[in-house]
Design a protein around this ligand. Structure first.
Ligand code: AMP
Length: 217
């Protein structure tokens, strides 16, 4: 009975309290080597706008970040940007957003982006995107938040990473339980459905969760 309550009933109740109003998106400050990336990012932005779901992202105009913001705005969606002062020039702050929060540093940026969204989605990107993705996913494992984390897999871009995760599971460093919490989809509508239906797993160290973060995000 206890595992049933812990793994299914309580997570479902927690999930119900968080509707999908906004999604936090991590993606590259470059556009990649193929026009397919931008085309599929634009498709995702349009699907979110059509569903009335707002976007939270890094606030820049460059790379896939810029494509995401431009496409969501063109489709009438809400777009919130969060950018550290030091990057306002480098990543060229977008001047057409619903709101741009300029914050003191990277740590505040990631926390603000985590607070503002009800789910996290990583689109193709580089080291910065990976850093943001893994923080969101590992915080989920620790029970710091109970929001879904997903990969939008354009043109198989995330497959090598997924193979590395499978190796971690096979070699005993990542439990099957947490490996399976990561959502992977290549279609925007499928992705939205998966985010909406997701229920949080039991936290890794249940008794320690409160000491990891006294203020859940
Ligand atoms: P990239 O995927 O490397 O093109 O970077 C995508 C986004 O991640 C950009 O907005 C970067 O500013 C951001 N970023 C880069 N490094 C970090 C980091 N260590 N922590 C948080 N965000 C980062």
């Amino acid at each position: 009975m206890a595992p049933l309550l812990r793994d299914h009933v309580f997570p479902a109740l927690r999930r119900e309290a968080r509707p999908l109003g906004r999604v936090t998106v991590f993606t590259g400050s470059a556009k990649g080597d193929s026009a397919v990336f931008a085309a599929k990012v634009a498709k995702l932005a349009g699907a979110f706008a059509a569903a009335g779901i707002g976007l939270v992202y890094g606030g820049g105009k460059v790379g896939l970040m810029g494509v995401l913001a431009d496409s969501a705005i063109a489709a009438g969606g809400e777009v919130l940007g969060v950018m550290p002062q030091a990057l306002v020039d480098g990543e060229i702050a977008h001047d057409g957003l619903t709101r741009l929060d300029v914050v003191p540093d990277m740590h505040v940026r990631k926390l603000r982006m985590a607070e503002l969204g009800d789910a996290f989605v990583a689109l193709p990107g580089g080291a910065g995107t990976l850093e943001e993705l893994f923080e969101a996913w590992t915080w989920q494992q620790l029970g710091i938040h109970t929001k879904p984390v997903a990969l939008y897999d354009i043109d198989g871009y995330w497959q090598p990473l997924l193979r590395a995760l499978d190796t971690m599971t096979e070699r005993g460093f990542l439990s099957e339980h947490f490996r399976s919490t990561l959502i992977v989809r290549d279609d925007p509508d499928d992705l939205l459905t998966a985010l909406t239906e997701w229920t949080p797993p039991a936290a890794k160290w249940s008794r320690q969760t409160a000491t990891v973060s006294p203020t859940p995000i």
